[in-house]
Design a protein around this ligand. Sequence first.
Ligand SMILES: Nc1ncnc2c1ncn2[C@@H]1O[C@H](COP(=O)(O)OP(=O)(O)OP(=O)(O)O)[C@@H](O)[C@H]1O
Length: 779
Amino acid sequence: MFLLSLMHLTGKSQSILVSGESGAGKTETTKLIMQYLTFVGGRAAGDDRTVEQQVLESNPLLEAFGNARTVRNDNSSRFGKFVEIQFDSNGRISGAAIRTYLLERSRVVQITDPERNYHCFYQLCSFERDAEKYKLGHPSHFHYLNQSKVYELDGVRNSEEYLKTRRAMDIVGISHADQESIFRVLAAILHVGNIEFSPGKEHDSSAVKNDKSRFHLQMAADLFMCDVDLLLATLCTRSIQTREGSIIKVLDCNAAVAGRDALAKTVYARLFDWLVDKINMSVGQDINSKIQIGVLDIYGFECFKDNSFEQFCINFANEKLQQHFNEHVFKMEQEEYGKEEINWSYIEFVDNQDVLELIEKKPIGIIALLDEACMFPKSTPETFSTKLFQHFRSHPRLGKEKFSQTDFTVSHYAGKVTYHTDTFLDKNRDYVVVEHCNLLSSSKCPFVSGLFPLLPEESSRSSYKFSSVAARFKQQLQALMETLNSTEPHYIRCVKPNSLNRPQIFENASVIHQLRCGGVLEAVRISLAGYPTRRTYSEFVDRFGLIAPEFMDGSYDDKAATEKILQKLKLENFQLGRTKVFLRAGQIGILDSRRAEVLDNAAKCIQRRLRTFITRQYFTILRSAAFSLQACCRGHIARKIYAAKRETAAAISIQKYIRMWLTRHAHLKLNFSAITIQSHVRGFVTRQRFLHVKEHRAATFVQAFWRMSKARSSFLRHQTSIVAIQCLWRCKQAKKELRRLSKLFRKFYILSLLYFYFVSQLYLTINIRIMYLETIPQS
Ligand SMILES: Nc1ncnc2c1ncn2[C@@H]1O[C@H](COP(=O)(O)OP(=O)(O)OP(=O)(O)O)[C@@H](O)[C@H]1O
């Protein structure tokens, strides 16, 4: 955070130099720093994959191809790495770039027990499916891996690491086709390493030794997708350009083996560079970025039993970094005290300028002499060493070994290291063998041919193009130093606590040695005696003015205000320079903690208010929410009760109606039955009564009729009797009358009259009798 604020404050790029012995934890520390920086820096919203993800995810990939087991570290970085995190004008991460330095190429073809080759080879061999596809097997079957018997690492499963590497490739955006090509190239390198040679038919020529070698030759050609005869020719012959034209020179077995190894190294180095380029493309660089934070993780100082060219380069890089450290911590510091007219007594430190001059000075330095030796084909390690000792016979930093003519010892800042020069010349010669390039650029695999673009016409004329590894490394280091010098450096010294790789164990002698060698003790001394912190007056007042706001009113002089602030905090022994204030160790801490206290109090006050406001708002919202909730609940409960009541009422109503209906139904049924019964009874009664009445009436009628008939018959009898009597009477009368009349009228007429009368009277009587009989009912 300090770094980021410093970067924002000063607008200057920063760099973190992580240094320490091999295995001290530089790479792990770098990873933590990267995680932290990318987490704090963040990236503009909308980006799918963060720089953090991409840079951090590229680690397994770089580690697989650039790390190997050494005697000091199971996961030793065999290349230097400088990661630049770029920031935009808003202080957000806008890109990143990874620069790598001097990959240890010789490891591809040569390892010592108990070291290992690069992890990727073992990973590929352990993953059965792909290993089978590329006709690989156990690492012990391959010359480049079986020079050491260590194939496994404690706590590491190669097949799982293989999958991690593959995943990292996916994240970095390497297509599956390219991934296949990468592993095909790795497999091809392993097969190339197994091609052995025996003397050929011609003098000093070579040929493939046996069927096994032929198989590996064929496999290598298949995997490189190039012509097998061309591959064989590339390994066993060289074309040399002469004025008369090109001539083919056969190679003896040793030269063929050297050529084979050179091919493997070149392919691997190109592959590694391709991966780094791919990662950089994937992460994306911001070319407009003005400020950046660089993190340097470069191989630590190495001193083994046998030290070769790689150790020489690595230690040279460490000398450079130590010089950078010295310049910043000691030289520039003390120069600044003088410039600012600070009362100061000069502190001595061990300057390593002389070692650097010994190594890199032109025209006479170890690297220059080495390059010169490399350019003469007849040079040998002996001639090189002799020349070296001739030139630096009395150099205090260079020593000669008693029992060796070729070894030389350099007194580095971290200790003496003896180098064996027998492979120096070979390793320094970075030959680009034209045949190798031509072979691989003719590959049918676009990936392989892409690694080896066609050489320009003139360079393809001679078979070997020499370029010095050490000189190129020196240039790279120079460029790195320039980058570092343009930034404000911060140093992290990693200390390896023990050689057992166990926690909580400190080997005191080793720790103190590392601290002393790294100049940490002097740095601590100078920090204690000197003024590790300085600020210009305006910076100081800007930052710490808030500690004493009473001095900040109106116009004030920065220097006077600085002094007053320091006096207010009762700080002593600080010095006021011409433009800057110089503070003793720990004083900036007091100021920062006081400033933090003031800010803390202000923050607390703001927080208090804000919390009150937020709590109040929260409370109001909560209360109204509670009210709403209560209302809702109450409404809900009331609705429930109401619904229950309604249901009850409805139920009662239904019950009532049902009961009523049932009762009514029963009643109606009863009523109906009663009425039916009643009606039946009444009907019956009525019918009985009616029958009775009818009977009565009939009886009455019968009686009446009987009585009438009786009376009629009696009447008729009486009447008949009467009529008879009357008739008899009248007849008697008439007869009396007739006899009288006859007597009187014995004349005819009177008698006739009497006759007519008598007949009419009889007729009348008969009619009356008939009429009476008609009025009587038949019954
Ligand atoms: N902070 C840590 N906590 C626990 N173990 C650690 C820590 N740092 C490093 N280690 C252990 O030390 C080993 C070596 O660490 P690392 O690879 O970072 O060393 P290095 O200084 O980069 O070595 P080299 O220069 O050889 O690359 C790691 O594999 C890990 O096991």
